[in-house]
Ligand binder design. Structure first.
Ligand code: ADP
Ligand code: MG
Length: 340
């Protein structure tokens, strides 16, 4: 007398997925802004109210979604970014799992307006708790405008688990900052409760982005670095050893445009400073690391914060050497005069 085994409804399956992908308002912001970036946007506006619990709106000027495809965007595992197993090992986009929109729509109220270039009209879809409430034509303004309201309205436990608005907002700011570091050629504009929190011009200048986020003084105290070997290309900015912080959170490691948390890479960076850094102090750094997509597995974490890099040891060596060489050159002359 065994039990019946039933297939979960699409809505329930989406809510379960949302548990992994959509942990908090910052996860929604991350998924939506990554979609904008994948759509080739040059300008992304992010409007937030009440740390994202009331409202998260992301407006981009990217390629948009065709009216006849709009409903499909909310289907689970529906994506325009990969087609075959081969593609999964050659990921060139930030998204590929086709889980974000259905997950978000299963735990919030979503209003999406979109249009592709040169279309006669756009399309609009209003969906709440995975129920489509309205679908109609919209203005033919190229790009996508998505509004998420009442996040976690039907998952009270998730809502309760959220931290203070200050903490939730800080997580949103952090996500946008790292994306801005990854994409200096995109103009980001973050507004919270009608107050601008950050803005980048999108002219491709990474040092200016660092200035916009950490302040111009800090950006001036950083040096540019680059290194390459047969498999990896690294470029970016690292702080002079005098400019330190008490934790690692000012280290941004961007692998093929994706911010990742990787303790080993951060450690190699710190090791490169050697005795120039005081014990317990950490540098500021923004490093863009490029490698063949087949050398990195991004499919290990639902939110993709962790990735697996083949030949990681080779990259660690490259980073450490790059940093230590940077300061051998920079410090030679000033140190020599100081000791005269
Ligand atoms: P994924 O990003 O993994 O493909 P999503 O659920 O985030 O999955 O999005 C589903 C699909 O909807 C995307 O593959 C893309 O085709 C489309 N889409 C979502 N957001 C945008 C956007 N801002 N601009 C253009 N297309 C979008
Ligand atoms: Mg996505």
């Amino acid at each position: 007398m065994g039990q019946d085994i039933i297939e979960l409804s699409e809505t329930l399956a989406n809510q379960i997925a949302a548990g992994e992908v959509i942990e908090r308002p910052a996860s929604v912001v991350k998924e939506l802004v990554e979609n904008a970036i994948d759509a080739g946007a040059t300008k992304v506006d992010i409007l937030i109210e009440a740390a994202g619990i009331q409202l998260i709106q992301v407006i981009d000027d990217g390629q948009g979604i065709r009216a006849d495809q709009l409903e499909r965007a909310f289907l689970r595992h529906a994506t325009s970014k990969i087609k075959t197993k081969q593609d999964l090992f050659q990921i060139h986009s930030l998204g590929f799992r086709g889980e974000a929109l259905p997950s978000i729509a299963s735990v919030a109220d979503v209003f999406l307006e979109t249009a592709v270039a040169n279309a006669e009209s756009g399309a609009m879809l209003h969906i709440r708790g995975n129920q489509i409430l309205e679908q109609k034509g919209a203005e033919a303004r190229k790009g996508t405008n998505i509004t998420v309201r009442d996040l976690f309205f039907n998952t009270p436990a998730r809502l309760k688990y959220l931290k203070s608005q200050t903490t939730e907002l800080a997580k949103i700011v952090d996500i946008i900052n790292r994306l801005a570091f990854s994409y200096p050629e995109i103009s980001f504009n973050l507004v919270h409760n009608k107050k601008r929190l950050m803005q980048t011009v999108g002219n491709g200048n990474l040092q200016q982005v660092i200035g916009a986020i950490y302040g111009v003084e800090v950006a001036r105290d950083m040096v540019t670095v680059t290194a390459a070997d047969t498999d990896f290309k690294v470029q970016g900015w690292i702080a002079k050893p005098e400019l330190t912080r008490s934790n690692r959170s000012y280290i941004s490691l961007l692998i093929n445009g994706r911010y990742v948390r990787n303790f080993n890479l951060a450690k190699a960076l710190v090791k490169g400073y050697g005795t120039r850094l005081m014990v317990g102090r950490f540098p500021l750094a923004v490093l863009q690391i490029e490698l063949d997509p087949s050398l990195v597995d991004v499919n290990v974490h639902p939110q993709k914060f962790e990735v697996r890099i083949s030949k990681e040891n080779q990259l660690l060596t490259l980073l450490e050497k790059m940093v230590s060489e940077a300061f051998n050159q920079v410090n030679l002359i000033p140190n020599a005069t100081e000791h005269l």
